[in-house]
Design a protein around this ligand. Structure first.
Ligand SMILES: CC(C)(COP(=O)(O)OP(=O)(O)OC[C@H]1O[C@@H](n2cnc3c(N)ncnc32)[C@H](O)[C@@H]1OP(=O)(O)O)[C@@H](O)C(=O)NCCC(=O)NCCS
Length: 195
């Protein structure tokens, strides 16, 4: 029995071995990888080791909470979302997300998963501020981040190498009360159930 956080479309739960097949299958999909750093082919061994380490991290000891995103109704693995660089006493953390199957993009999963992890960050971890960075070209991600209440706070100019050229990294953040103002009806259900 494990604890899960339920939103409207997704649940966030601990990373589990049954997620690995879909992780490996879609990790190298260019549509997913393009805005996530250098697109380097990764082996199954590398990916399993990488996600097991991240998935078994402790938010307080290691400053990282990495969770799987799964379909709320079928439990199909959809991707990962995390809060990292969790800093006390500032109560600040960095968020990151990826939906893994290109066919699952733009179906509302990402928006819901971001709302759930922000709710968890503010209401379970007691955070005050959550920030992120994204390449300026990542229009879908920026649209979603602004929809849930993130604000643009600045540019790290020509700091990312994308498609053979340098591009800007956009920094965005959201404060606890801004999340509540932007998503007044949103809440998370916590349930303990079999994975
Ligand atoms: C960014 C990401 C998490 C968003 O999740 P998602 O499930 O695809 O997004 P949603 O379906 O919840 O919402 C998509 C929204 O973007 C809009 N959109 C789609 N393509 C767009 C584009 N090219 N430009 C602007 N908006 C776009 C959709 O219309 C929708 O908006 P709406 O709900 O107001 O109609 C997901 O696309 C993803 O994982 N991408 C690959 C990895 C990545 O880029 N991660 C972020 C790194 S910073």
């Amino acid at each position: 029995m494990i604890l899960m956080y339920f939103g409207n479309l997704v649940c966030l739960r601990a990373v589990q071995e049954s997620d690995f097949d879909l992780l490996v299958k879609y990790f190298n999909a260019l549509e997913i990888r393009r805005f996530l750093g250098a697109p380097i082919p990764r082996s199954r061994v590398y990916l399993e080791d990488w996600i097991m380490k991240r998935g078994s991290s402790d938010p307080w000891k290691d400053g990282l909470l990495e969770l799987s995103i799964a379909d709320k109704y079928t439990d199909e693995f959809l991707g990962f979302v995390h809060l990292e660089d969790i800093k006390k006493p500032h109560n600040r953390a960095e968020m990151g997300i990826s939906i893994h199957n290109p066919e699952h993009l733009s179906r509302g999963y990402g928006t819901d998963a971001i709302r759930v992890i922000l709710w968890v960050g503010f209401n379970i971890l007691g955070l005050h501020s959550i920030y992120l960075d994204t390449m300026e070209e990542n229009a879908r991600a920026i649209h979603v981040y602004e929809k849930v209440g993130f604000k643009r706070i600045g540019l790290f100019r020509e700091s990312e190498f994308l498609d053979g050229r340098y591009t800007n990294l956009l920094f965005m953040d959201i404060l606890r009360y801004e999340f509540q103002e932007a998503n007044p009806e949103f809440t998370v259900q916590m349930k303990i159930q079999s994975p």
